[in-house]
Design a protein around this ligand. Structure first.
Ligand code: TNX
Length: 512
């Protein structure tokens, strides 16, 4: 019984009385609509109030986490709690503490205890504390009006994730999105305890990350996008700023350079990367599968070595994603040795390989991960080679799929994905032969052929994203669409307060 919601009946009775007499003071912690659903919530029937005088006490290592909480509270109400570093245990205010006692919590779990006098968030790591803070923030409004006090129902939440890898992807190659947009996307992921942002940094239509040793990649290759707009790219400094912003929110950036296909932007920037020695034209259409690196030219591998070296230097996270999908014009006898060699380059620069499921046709290096998006056979080849799997089945997780035939954005080659269809599946049982022990986690990709700005991103991502966050975090036994849709409905007002342009699915009983 992982997900047990306990509420002593005496407390429930007391509470009923209270609910009928007062309006605003929350006293039943189990009534909080948390997404993802925590492992257990125990209510104790009282409330704690965050006031101007509330101090946040932190262990030395948690200063940044404490400041994040103070800033978040400040954004909700006109209160800026002081953050005090201490090793002593306190009996008031909000304490963030590190402790190894509770081995159930693992690396990202936390215990959030709230009583009348104080709040304590306890975890093994700062990531765990950060997750506890996200739960705490969901007990509060996104924005409190001036008369509203910040009251939280008392009780204990004990919580840890089902999967270690809980991600979303943003395709910044088909359409480019600037640093501020990416930070907002990161905020969305963090609010739902997701911990990976995969950035699809290169494709036929654009190269988006500055590589100092090959400057034309961005000068020329970054100068357009789908539809012929100006495109754009991240300077290394801007990219590092994104990485740091993500890191402060427990999010690992996984950078992807897609190859040997999906490479027209590079082929247009450097003639020598083409087999015929001629640079291609820039491309701003939406076809896939027409480009390839010249796999038997040595310069190709010098180029990849430089790119991976510079990217690895910008990447504190463990992974580099090498793409590998839809290389329709690379003969298989060239594709396999190419992928083998590129993996060695990634390993040489100290990183682990992730690739789309096609890469499993090659000989995978140790610790590599295959991202299942379409082909079960490929993914099985990966599992046979001991690779872990990231579950991104297109028909369930692709954020660029339309909700239904009336959705004005998106594609539907993998089907329509209404909110219930996106939510109602279990990564460990969806595909025979792919089971829990093979799975590192899940990722929902947003491809951007049809998505051109942050409002459109929001429309495709919300309200589906919280569902993917919950699939990654909560056990399948704790999840059901009929119950989840009620919690999701409660988040509608959170989306509004965050100015998120979301799809008001008729499947969800939104509150007026
Ligand atoms: C397939 S998924 C692709 C992308 C497209 C996407 C559109 C995958 C690995 N490749 O190149 O953008 O479909 O939905």
């Amino acid at each position: 019984m992982k997900n047990k919601i306990i509420l002593a009946s005496a407390i429930a009775f007391g509470m009923l009385l209270q609910i009928s007499c007062t309006t605003k003071t929350p006293t039943d912690l189990t009534k909080t609509s948390c997404i993802p659903q925590p492992v257990s919530i125990t209510a104790t029937g009282n409330s704690f109030e965050i006031k101007n005088s509330t101090v946040i006490y932190v262990h030395e290592e948690l200063q940044q986490t404490g400041k994040f909480l103070a800033k978040s509270i400040h954004e909700i109400a006109d209160i800026l709690p002081e953050v005090e570093t201490t090793d002593e245990s306190k009996n008031s205010g909000i304490s963030l503490t590190l402790s190894n006692d509770d081995t159930m919590l693992g690396n990202e779990g936390y215990e959030l205890s709230i009583d009348k006098k104080q709040i304590i968030i306890k975890a093994k790591t700062s990531a765990g504390c950060f997750n506890g803070i996200q739960t705490l923030l969901q007990t509060l409004p996104v924005k409190a009006n001036s008369s509203e006090s910040l009251k939280i129902a008392t009780g204990v939440i004990h919580d840890f994730p089902e999967y270690a890898f809980r991600g979303a992807m943003l395709d910044v190659a088909r359409h480019f999105f600037g640093v501020e947009d990416v930070k907002r996307y990161i905020d969305f992921l963090a609010a739902y305890k997701m911990n990976v942002l995969h950035l699809h940094l290169s494709d036929d239509q654009g190269w988006r990350i500055e590589i100092k040793s090959w400057p034309n990649l961005t000068i020329h290759g970054g100068s357009t996008e789908v539809g012929g707009g100006d495109g754009g790219f991240y300077s290394q400094e801007q990219y590092s700023d994104i990485v740091k912003y993500a890191q402060e929110r427990n999010i690992t950036i996984v950078p992807e350079i897609d190859m040997p296909g999906h490479t027209n932007a590079a082929l247009a920037s450097y003639a020598e990367l083409n087999c015929d020695g001629k640079a291609t034209d820039l491309y701003s259409g939406t076809e896939v599968g027409f480009s390839t690196f010249c796999t038997d030219k040595e310069i190709t591998y010098k180029f990849i070595d430089d790119v991976v070296r510079e990217l690895a230097e910008l990447t504190p996270g463990p992974y580099i994603h090498i793409g590998g999908d839809e290389s329709h014009v690379t003969p298989i006898e060239d594709y396999i040795p190419f992928v083998n060699r590129v993996q060695e380059i990634v390993v040489k620069h100290g990183k682990k390989v992730i690739g789309w499921d096609e890469i499993a046709k090659a000989t995978l290096v140790e610790n590599s991960t295959v991202q299942f998006w379409a082909d079960i056979e490929n993914t099985s080849l990966g599992i046979e080679q001991d690779a872990k799997v990231i579950m991104s089945p297109a028909a369930r997780t692709y954020l660029d799929m339309q909700y239904d035939s009336t959705t004005h954005l998106g594609l539907h080659w993998a089907g329509y994905i209404e909110v219930d269809h996106g939510y109602d599946w279990d990564p460990a049982t969806l595909i025979p032969g792919i089971s829990k022990e093979n799975i590192l986690g899940i990722e929902a990709p947003l491809w951007s052929e049809t998505v051109t700005n942050i409002d459109e991103i929001e429309y495709m991502v919300f309200p589906r994203l919280p569902g993917y966050a919950e699939i990654g975090w909560s056990s399948p036994e704790a999840r059901s669409w009929d119950e989840y849709k009620l919690r999701l409905a409660q988040h509608g007002k959170r989306f509004e307060a965050m100015d998120i342009d979301f799809y008001r699915s008729a499947m969800v009983p939104w509150e007026e």
